[in-house]
Design a protein around this ligand. Sequence first.
Ligand code: ADP
Ligand code: MG
Length: 240
Amino acid sequence: MIEVKNIHKNFGSLEVLKGVSCYIAPREVVCVIGPSGSGKSTLLRCVNQLEKVNSGQILIDGEDVTQSRVNIDRIREQVGMVFQHFNLFPHKTTLDNVTLAPIKIKGIPKEEAQENARNLLRKVGLLDKANVYPNQLSGGQKQRVAIARALAMQPKVMLFDEPTSALDPEMVGEVLEVMKDLAREGMTMMVVTHEMGFAREVGHRVLFMDEGKIMEEGSPEQIFDNPRNERTQSFLSKVL
Ligand code: ADP
Ligand code: MG
């Protein structure tokens, strides 16, 4: 579903991605772990074209999205993204947050978009919050709305960038549960996370990044129980 081929990304003279290659198969859940500043967010942002790569290719369902003639809106339809800080529209209700893009970008009729949105809000357990504004929601609820909003575009892939890192501890579980449900339904997912329990339980594969490279990849069992790379060992000894 996603194929990243030897991408390089610089910010000025700082080389942040130094030749990253990876793939995500359909229905696969790939978790990306690694220290702060290793390039995890930049990798996700390159995949959905929030950042342009300096070289290399990214294929999404066979289409090379690094080509300048590719329509950005079309990519964003196919790749849903959930951020650490929710990024909900503060002046729109929960329902309007979820229906906005399907109506504006996909041209779906309002009634239909609202019905889809209600189904998604039911799925994330927030149907009763359809008509409230983001400032009336807890952090965990906001993040569940953000997930529903991304799903409303019916993406082929969902990218998550530390979706629980900004949450109070008691709200982490409710967001992870929604993500587990998605994984069970067969959504293709790339998840940057510090939740090692989630990566072990839900991830099919784990990528360890450090200093702009994927240093090691393997099954959760292999990475967590038997890491081969010295950097992986050192990182895990700090976080586990
Ligand atoms: P991670 O998500 O693993 O913590 P990031 O991808 O956010 O890492 O950042 C990797 C490196 O790139 C860091 O050194 C960060 O300061 C730098 N960086 C990220 N975004 C930008 C940007 N827009 N401009 C300049 N430097 C950036
Ligand atoms: Mg990050």
